[in-house]
Design a protein around this ligand. Structure first.
Ligand code: FAD
Length: 479
């Protein structure tokens, strides 16, 4: 193949979109043939082992991406194996002299990318990386002393001062392709989706993966839901948040596209700023993870290393199954199982319950969420778990222990959310919906509840659990 016609490989990772994809747009601009590639890297490498729920999502995201790329004229090539070996083989096969990708920011992924870039350069090949996963580069958004931010509020202020994130780029109109199609592995052979049993069937009640669905969700949110977001976002029964997190996690939509879609919106300023502040939380988590790569494994605050965690045991299993006897906790854990997603307020309540009521190490919860969330994200998951535990950067203090009854009464006052996910409590009067264990026998009976049989009694007593957690924390402080 003549040198000037050497194709450009575009290596897709957590940027499974054609819109606002700088690596793809730059490849299209060369006018040379484009080879879009997705590599299923070994579990321990690259973007990190994806959990089961996100593997389901990945399957459908790749299907959608492949369709979009075919529409542009360049079919997606699927290959599995270590990324360096896959790229070497594809370069040899196609005569490509340039590889493009959008930067990822997880420590293991970055290490692989650095090594590949260096190896390609020594062979006289070009490896060019672009921005796209974040609004701002973690090496640039720093404190006045050029240090990483450890506290969110100054981070947000710096992000505001940094000005508008870069303008999103529209998808290319057309891609030049190689004259002969390349061999590609079959997506079905990757077995990303569960077969028997198909536990992901219920995900379809709420989710349509793919870039088009992401754009649609964004448009709907911007049209309707953002109005009132600031207050409604805490109420899990309301459809008040964007539900864009799984699309952002695998990059089916870019944060810049989301940010700019809210520009000039006719929404009350408070709501708009609040929404942008949430996007900035995502950003903060990524920047933390970038600067502190052990965020998912180690307590940020090492004083917590001495915390007397309980064994994982039976209580952990009951928590994962939504059988703790605290309805708001159980509803959250069952929403997670049924839809691969949980409302943010309830994520905080369920995480707090595991860490503080059951005194189980946050890392077990982080792993469970990573396996079951369709939006699992190494940075956001770890940073938020550590935030709840009190061990993280700018964390909620440990002694702030969520009362699952009061939280339920405040944020799900008539129990709509609980009834949706814990049907055995469906007919219980709102007065008792968050504390069936305190309900008079007659109220239980008329709702068809036999406590301890149709719905569990609480696995721990709230007041006693709270005291135990506080005592453990106090002992820790005294060390
Ligand atoms: P919206 O309210 O519409 O917010 C818009 C976007 O802002 C979200 O899509 C998300 O990208 C970002 N965002 C919002 N809140 C947060 C936050 N607290 N931290 C970081 N980013 C945020 N989010 C993940 O994307 N992946 C995770 O693995 C994850 N694990 C979490 C674990 C725990 C224990 C907790 C308390 C929170 C976790 N979150 C995680 C953050 C948050 O719950 C979700 O991002 C949010 O619920 C997604 O819903 P949404 O898209 O409707 O959010």
């Amino acid at each position: 193949m003549a040198t000037h016609q050497a194709p450009v490989i575009v290596w897709f990772r957590k940027d499974l979109r054609i819109d606002d994809n700088a690596a793809l747009a730059a490849a299209a601009d060369t006018g040379r043939p484009v080879v879009p590639l997705y590599v299923l890297e070994p579990a321990e490498a690259g973007t990190g082992a994806l959990g089961a729920a996100q593997r389901w999502w990945l399957h459908h995201a790749l299907e959608a991406l492949a369709g979009n790329l075919s529409g542009l004229g360049a079919p997606l090539v699927l290959r599995s194996g270590p990324a360096d070996a896959v790229l070497d083989a594809l370069i040899a096969e196609t005569g490509a002299d340039t590889v493009h990708w959008n930067r990822r920011h997880d420590p293991s992924g970055m290490a692989i990318d650095r090594a590949i870039k260096a190896a390609l350069k020594t062979r006289g090949l070009a490896a060019t990386s672009f921005a796209g996963q974040l609004l701002h580069d973690p090496t640039r958004l720093l404190t006045g002393e050029k240090k990483p931010f450890r506290v969110y509020t100054p981070f947000w202020k710096a992000l505001e001062r940094a000005g508008e994130p870069q303008e999103p780029i529209d998808p290319p109109a057309r891609l030049a392709a190689l004259p002969e199609p390349l061999t590609s592995e079959r997506l079905e052979d990757w077995r990303l989706t569960p077969a028997r049993p198909d536990w992901a069937a219920s995900f379809r009640e709420v989710w349509t993966p793919g870039e088009a669905a992401a754009q649609e969700r964004l448009a709907t949110f911007v049209d309707r839901a953002i109005d009132g977001y600031g207050t409604d976002r805490d109420h899990p029964a309301l459809d008040a948040t964007s539900m864009l997190s799984p699309y952002l996690a695998l990059g089916e939509i870019s944060p810049a596209r989301v940010w700019h879609a809210t520009r000039g919106l006719d929404a009350p300023t408070g709501d708009l700023v609040h929404f942008r502040k949430e996007l900035a939380w995502r950003e903060f988590c990524y920047h933390l993870h970038f600067h502190f790569p052990a965020l998912a494994e180690k307590n940020w605050n090492d004083r917590f290393d001495a915390f007397p965690w309980e064994e994982r045991g039976e209580a952990f299993t009951l928590w994962t199954r939504g059988l703790t006897g605290y309805p708001i906790v159980d509803a959250g854990m069952r929403q997670l199982w049924r839809h691969g997603w949980m409302h943010n307020r309830v994520r905080m309540i369920t995480a707090s319950f595991l860490i503080k009521h059951l005194m189980i190490d946050w890392r077990h919860g982080e792993k469970w969420f990573r396996d079951t969330l369709v939006d699992a994200d190494a940075a956001s998951n770890a940073a938020n778990w550590q935030w709840v535990a009190g061990s993280g950067a700018d964390a909620s203090p440990f002694f702030r222990i969520f009362n699952p009854i009061l939280q339920g009464e405040k944020f799900d006052p008539d129990g709509t959310y609980v009834r949706r996910f814990v049907p055995e409590l469906e007919n219980l009067d709102a007065a008792w919906i968050h504390k069936p264990f305190a309900a008079p026998e007659a109220a239980l009976k008329s709702a068809g509840i036999d406590l301890g049989r149709t719905y569990p009694k609480p696995i721990v007593d709230h007041a006693r659990a709270r005291e135990r957690a506080l005592a453990a924390f106090k002992a820790l402080k005294a060390d």
